[in-house]
Design a protein around this ligand. Structure first.
Ligand code: SF4
Ligand code: SF4
Length: 263
């Protein structure tokens, strides 16, 4: 079963309790690390590429494939399983995950899944988070006695930082649930993918093209983006919103036109 496509039957809050333990001695150890579809988030890619000492281009090329979401037409990076019979994750060994401290958010949450939906309120649409449990026949973790709430599980697995960095980007994915959204054309898909995942290319685009002559971006934001990949990826979401014409997140400079023609 895919960690991406789990069927949600009941939605839980962070206070929901469950029993679970995953450890090296369990008979299903690493069984969950094969034949799965793991959607990567921008922060997953930052953590994994840096862990492996690769550029974003090298990481994406070697370890991922692109999947176009059929509802939103967003291009998404999926972790590529090995081309062997079991379709094992490239990072799993008999000893466990070799990138454990930098494993993707979906692996951290497992066996908890997380979702967000938009609902109407008096003050307009609001986002609401919910959780669900993934129960797969090969996983014996639920038979263990260790008790958690979803909140304590999240803390133990260190997902807060991932959620904080990815929050706005995940909000973009909600578009797929909204009716009447236009499909992204190839150029917009390219921009979306670059700003989401291919951070080294996006950095070059921002700092080595006419980008900063065209867009009016304050000095503090530019400095932060130059020195901090997380700031760059957060700016990337603003750029995506601008490109997709969702929000006026960026302003053109008054003399932008003369530089745009040079692009
Ligand atoms: S990244 Fe690590 S935890 Fe996630 S599927 Fe691969 S081996 Fe398992
Ligand atoms: S199948 Fe479940 S209990 Fe077994 S290693 Fe994976 S998460 Fe842990």
């Amino acid at each position: 079963m895919s960690k991406m496509d789990a069927v949600v039957t009941t939605k839980y809050s962070v206070d929901a309790k469950f029993k679970f333990r995953c450890h090296k001695g369990i008979k299903c150890f690493t069984k969950c690390c094969s034949n799965i579809e793991i959607l990567l988030t921008p922060y997953d890619v930052i953590r994994l590429k840096n862990r492996l000492g690769l550029s974003s281009e090298e990481f994406l090329d070697k370890y991922t494939y692109m999947k176009i979401d059929e509802n939103s037409s967003h291009p998404l990076a999926i972790l590529k399983m090995n081309d062997d019979e079991e379709k094992r994750c490239p990072f799993v060994t008999p000893e466990g995950c070799i990138v454990y401290t930098d494993r993707p958010a979906n692996c951290r949450y497992y066996p908890v899944g997380q979702g967000t939906f938009k609902k109407e309120s008096e003050n307009g649409p609001v986002e609401e988070e919910f959780y669900f449990f993934i129960k797969e026949p090969h996983c014996f973790g639920y038979e263990e006695k260790k008790q958690w709430t979803i909140a304590s599980w999240r803390e133990d697995q260190g997902v807060d930082r991932y959620d904080e960095v990815n929050k706005e980007w995940k909000g973009l994915q909600l578009r797929k649930n909204l009716p009447g959204q236009p499909e992204l054309d190839e150029n917009k898909q390219f921009q979306f993918y670059m700003a989401s995942y291919d951070l080294d290319r996006f950095r070059r685009y921002v700092f080595e093209s006419n980008f900063l002559n065209v867009f009016d971006i304050d000095r503090e934001t530019v400095d932060k983006m130059r020195n901090d990949e997380v700031e760059l990826v957060k700016f990337g979401v603003k750029y995506i919103k601008y490109v997709m014409m969702l929000e006026e997140t960026l302003k053109l400079k008054e003399d932008a036109e003369k530089y745009r023609k040079k692009k």
